[in-house]
Design a protein around this ligand. Structure first.
Ligand code: Z5A
Length: 215
């Protein structure tokens, strides 16, 4: 995979990954608060969606019911939402020195479409390569890891979307792909997200501290 640095940008790019219910949204809110306490300007965002066009794509991706969405269509739509978000939101924020906290990024496509939908990691990596200079390598990726069997309990109080209705085997493939990626990528740090929230927060703090002191 082609990896590009973002030396011209003074903000830090931190991404959160994991299966649904692993605690990404919960821990992004905590991370945001923690960084602001340290005087750092932050911006929270998520994929797919966040821009006007991205939110339209998100609606199709999560809520289409009347015809099957083909895996390759799903993959391209994830990248369409992503490139829109990068140009409209992420790159301008990083250029102005803001730290961007993003709920999911390319590693989600590798895990969900590459692993879960079985399109293969190489095919997804080829799309990352095709992004060229638009691809921003995260400074830090936090992978919140839980086994698939814990997902239903974590999602028990919501109406399930198109992904959340998939079976346990789908989510175990996703988890295995994430963990394989983490073994390859130094930026990707695995945290056991079955622990109590305070312990997860402590583990995140340990990962953030070197970035804060380096700045
Ligand atoms: N997708 C894709 O396929 N390919 C891609 O490239 C991209 C995305 C970018 C977006 O969904 C969907 O798009 C997603 C993958 C796919 N699949 N689905 N569904 P989304 O944005 O709607 O949702 P999500 O990203 O999957 O997040 P989520 O379901 O909201 O889960 P979460 O943010 O990781 O978890 P949470 O809301 O913070 O926590 C869930 C519950 O667990 C909540 O009650 C917490 O209080 C509780 N929790 C969290 N941590 C703990 C701990 N440590 N102990 C106990 N309880 C906890």
């Amino acid at each position: 995979m082609l990896l590009r640095s973002h030396d011209a940008m003074s903000g830090r790019f931190i991404t959160f990954e994991g299966v649904e219910g692993s605690g990404k949204s919960t821990n992004i809110v905590w991370t945001d608060y923690f960084l602001r306490e340290h005087g750092i300007d932050t911006l929270r965002t998520h994929e797919p969606g966040r821009t006007k066009i991205g939110e339209e794509i998100r609606r199709v991706l999560l809520h289409t019911r009347d015809e099957p969405l083909m895996p390759m269509t799903e993959l391209f739509m994830m990248f369409a939402s992503r490139t829109q978000l990068l140009e409209e939101v992420i790159i301008p924020a990083l250029r102005s020195g803001v730290w961007v906290l993003c709920d999911r990024f390319v590693d989600s496509s590798i895990a969900y479409q590459g692993g879960g939908r079985q399109l293969g990691v190489k095919r997804v990596a080829a799309l990352v390569e095709a992004m060229g200079d638009l691809y921003i390598e995260p400074d830090l990726t936090i992978l919140l890891d839980i086994p698939a069997k814990l997902i239903p309990a974590r999602l028990s109080n919501r109406t399930l979307d198109r992904f959340e209705r998939e079976d346990e085997a789908f989510f175990e493939r996703i988890r295995a792909t994430y963990l394989a990626q983490a073994r390859e990528l130094p930026r990707m740090n695995v945290i056991d997200a079955t622990q109590p929230l305070e312990d997860v927060e402590q583990a995140i703090e340990a990962l953030l501290s070197p970035l804060i002191t380096a700045d």
